[in-house]
Design a binder for this molecule. Structure first.
Ligand code: DGY
Length: 322
């Protein structure tokens, strides 16, 4: 009998599919309303043929080796796979599958939402209203920064970056810069985006939106030197992965008003925040909700289930990254 371990409660859609297609499988789920520690995960997943995990689970070399040779597939409830030791999985013949595409629009919505919320001081305004501090309309009151026609710099030319780029171009007439390892004709032809080096993008953009995966190369890509290159009136938006930004350096830049503000959905040491970050009024903080819509989370669950079903029934899964 196949054994499937799921590290967090998932929508019914995923269970229904697993139960229908693998009626004899034993499906276990982390009973706690929290992420498991490395030790707890190793213990709970021992003997599993399939693991459905989240981006918060450290599926590292040690865990994969402990679960091999029985473990056949890891299906992660995410598009990002930075928490999974892919080379080890390849070496051990463990399939790793993710959930691309389905969350592109939802994550782009959050990035665009952060751009608007930061520039137009929406969260500050909401707080002020609730505190009864609105004294009435006045010419100098709560002025922010306009968005239409401002230059948007996109770091990373993947699906989510392109969706944000298109929205900002089509919806707000923003000139676009992008930074990517290779040129993308579709960005340049369809969106009139200009490919630049990172330093130039940082120096010219009014909004810098991060959409690159977390790799050893992109860890702290935005450090104090990078922040120093940004305009004092510019905003940094991060819906990718927290460690792409040196969060302590960002706190210093925001505190000293070296940049205008930031909008963050992801954090360097999630769920913890760098000291001082939550005290700043020029940052909008969201709890990693890029993909958090009912529709998307249901479909992500189904995609994980389909990956597990495929591997455990001897078929090639659709979205295999290792
Ligand atoms: C992902 O899929 O990598 C996202 O961060 C989850 O919302």
């Amino acid at each position: 009998m196949a054994s499937i371990f799921i590290t967090r409660a998932v929508p019914d859609a995923a269970f229904e599919l697993l139960r229908r297609e693998l009626p004899d499988a034993k499906i276990s789920i982390n009973p706690h309303d929290r992420n498991l520690s490395h030790g707890e995960l190793a213990e709970a997943a021992a003997g599993a043929d399939a693991l459905i995990c989240t981006l918060a689970d450290p599926v590292d070399d040690a865990l994969l080796r402990a679960l091999a040779p029985r473990l056949q597939v890891v299906a992660t409830y995410a598009v990002g796979v930075n928490n999974i030791a892919l080379p080890t999985a390849r070496e051990l013949g463990i399939a790793v599958c993710n959930t691309p595409d389905v969350l592109t629009d939802a994550t782009a919505e959050i990035a665009v939402g952060l751009i608007l919320a930061c520039a137009r001081r929406m969260v500050e305004g909401d707080k002020l209203m609730r505190q009864g501090e609105f004294g009435g309309w006045a010419p100098m009151f709560m002025r922010g920064h306009g968005v239409c026609g401002k230059t948007v710099g996109i770091v990373g030319a993947g699906r989510i970056g392109k969706r944000v780029a298109r929205t900002m171009r089509m919806g707000f007439a923003c000139p676009l810069l992008y930074h990517a390892r290779t040129a993308h004709a579709d960005w340049e032809d369809e969106l009139q985006a200009e490919r630049t080096g990172l330093d130039e993008l940082l120096a010219r953009s009014d909004f810098v939106s991060l959409h690159c995966p977390l790799t050893p190369h992109t860890k702290h890509l935005i450090d104090s030197a990078a922040l120093a290159r940004m305009k004092q009136t510019a905003f940094l938006i991060n819906t990718a992965r927290g460690p792409v930004v040196d969060e302590s350096a960002l706190v210093a830049a925001l505190r000293d008003r070296r940049i205008a503000g930031a909008g963050l959905d992801v954090y360097e040491n999630e769920p913890a925040l760098a000291p001082g970050l939550a005290d700043l009024d020029n940052v909008v903080l969201l709890p990693h909700i890029g993909s958090a819509t009912h529709e998307v989370r249901d479909e992500m669950g189904r995609m994980c289930a389909r990956a597990v079903i495929a591997v455990l029934t001897g078929q090639e899964p659709a979205h295999r990254v290792a």
